[in-house]
Design a protein around this ligand. Structure first.
Ligand code: ZN
Length: 148
């Protein structure tokens, strides 16, 4: 990876950490999951509205390091409007990229900014926390929407 590309990736991560997208509760969510990375202290909640096999809404809450927050923020941007199948495919592609450096970063769009994380094994858990939490939420049955 060139220094220019590394700087660009770093800038995107810092930007999403400073101004996380889709942060906060999701009033009409029908699936939720909580994730915790004890190695770093990252905690995240993912809220989803899944309808007709498609991610119609996705937001997150929580607190963690820059990598975990930026990863959750970029994940919500990448997944909105995607089918559940496409969400699983992105999860696997992202996981391969950050754990093994395999796959084509071009397939992952902005998620490619995490390419360098593989060089810091302890940070891989920070980068994948949101995605594991997403998978847990997708595995749930739909829940009744709370009116409160
Ligand atoms: Zn972390």
């Amino acid at each position: 990876m060139s220094d220019d590309l590394r700087d660009l990736y770093q800038e995107v991560i810092l930007d999403h950490n400073r101004r996380p997208r889709n942060f906060g509760p999701l009033s009409d969510a029908n699936r939720h999951a909580v994730g915790h990375n004890p190695l770093c202290g990252d905690r995240i909640q993912v809220h989803l509205r899944v309808e007709d096999g498609r991610v119609q809404g996705i937001r997150f809450e929580g607190a963690g390091c820059a990598i975990s927050t930026a990863s959750a923020s970029l994940m919500t941007e990448a997944l909105r409007g995607k089918t559940v199948e496409e969400a699983h495919t992105l999860f696997h592609g992202f996981h391969e990229l950050v754990t093994r450096g395999e796959g084509d970063p071009a397939d992952l769009g902005k998620l490619a900014v995490f390419t360098g994380v593989r060089e810091f094994p302890i940070r891989v858990k920070c980068a994948t926390l949101a995605w594991h939490t997403l998978e847990a939420a997708l595995a749930q049955k739909d829940q009744p929407v709370s009116t409160e």
